[in-house]
Design a protein around this ligand. Structure first.
Ligand code: DGL
Length: 275
């Protein structure tokens, strides 16, 4: 294979992935399955999570701080792997970055519209994401006849970040939030928060097997591949051992623990102070 100089430069650059905490790792997992040769640099703003209850201004400010940090890390693309941060200002991030910036809402909407059989769709997310109505508006733009039921589930992120998903209390919490959606006879449920795939089996147990769970991570990874391919930025060298770097603003240990389980490998995270 003969490579041009642009391909060589981009081959070494990483894909940046940011989230308020560990949730964005569900997106990292899909990107690494699909594009095993790409480098990834991850930032989880664990010291200031959850983003869900914060104002859009605050979430935008924090997200810009992560973007600023990544400026010194040579990235060729950024995935805002956080629905709350996407809802708070995706176009504002796109304006300041000289590389492609992807959010997680549009890919989730596309997946839901393809997978829903009867047009009865539930959406769950943080307070910020649900109050923004971004999912609902995007789906209605495509199909005005959908029956959409949205619900904020603020406690879910805390169950995940505190490693409490496999407890009887967690099941009660999930039932309390999701039983009203099941009563609405939904056929699919958008996991509108990147933390929620980390409690996917519990959610599935509560809503029943007739409801398809929509996890946008796969769709995002496919979009990352397409953009890298179309813009000539894919890493043509590949690698059996791609380098991943994890940065967090809080204590690295709980992040490393959840991350190792999710990615099935030991990970080391470095603490960085933002703001
Ligand atoms: N994982 C994030 C999301 O997709 C944010 C969770 C939070 O920090 O509240 O919305």
């Amino acid at each position: 294979m003969i490579l041009n100089s642009e391909q060589i430069i981009n081959a070494h650059k990483a894909i940046g992935v940011i989230d308020s905490g560990v949730g964005g790792l569900t997106v990292v997992r899909e990107i690494s399955n699909r594009l095993p040769g790409e480098r990834i640099i991850y930032f989880g703003d664990t010291a200031r999570m959850p983003y869900g209850p914060r104002t859009y201004e605050e979430v935008r400010k924090f997200t810009f701080e992560m973007i600023d940090f990544l400026r010194h890390q040579e990235i060729k693309m950024l995935v805002v792997a956080c629905n709350s941060a996407t809802a708070a200002g995706l176009s504002a991030y796109q304006e300041v970055c000289e590389y492609p910036v992807l959010g997680v809402i549009e890919p989730g909407v596309r997946a839901a519209l393809t997978q829903s059989r009867r047009g009865r769709i539930g959406v769950i997310g943080t307070v910020g994401t649900i109050n923004s109505s971004e999912y609902e508006m995007a789906m209605r733009r495509e199909n005005g006849k959908l029956h959409i039921v949205s619900k904020a589930c603020p406690l879910f992120v805390l169950l995940v970040e505190n490693n409490l998903v496999n407890t009887p209390e967690a099941k009660k919490v999930v039932q309390e939030y999701l039983d009203p959606l099941v009563s609405e006879d939904i056929d699919s449920l958008i996991l509108g928060c990147t933390h929620y795939p980390l409690m996917e089996s519990l959610i599935q147990e509560v809503v029943g097997s007739s409801v398809s769970l929509i996890n946008s991570a796969e769709e995002i990874a496919a979009e990352v591949e397409e953009i890298l391919g179309n813009t000539g930025m894919a890493n043509p060298l590949g690698s059996d051992n791609p380098r991943y770097r994890f940065f967090v603003s809080g204590n690295p240990e709980p992040f490393e623990e959840v991350g190792a389980k999710l990615l099935q490998r030991d990970i080391k995270a470095y603490q960085v102070k933002l703001g």
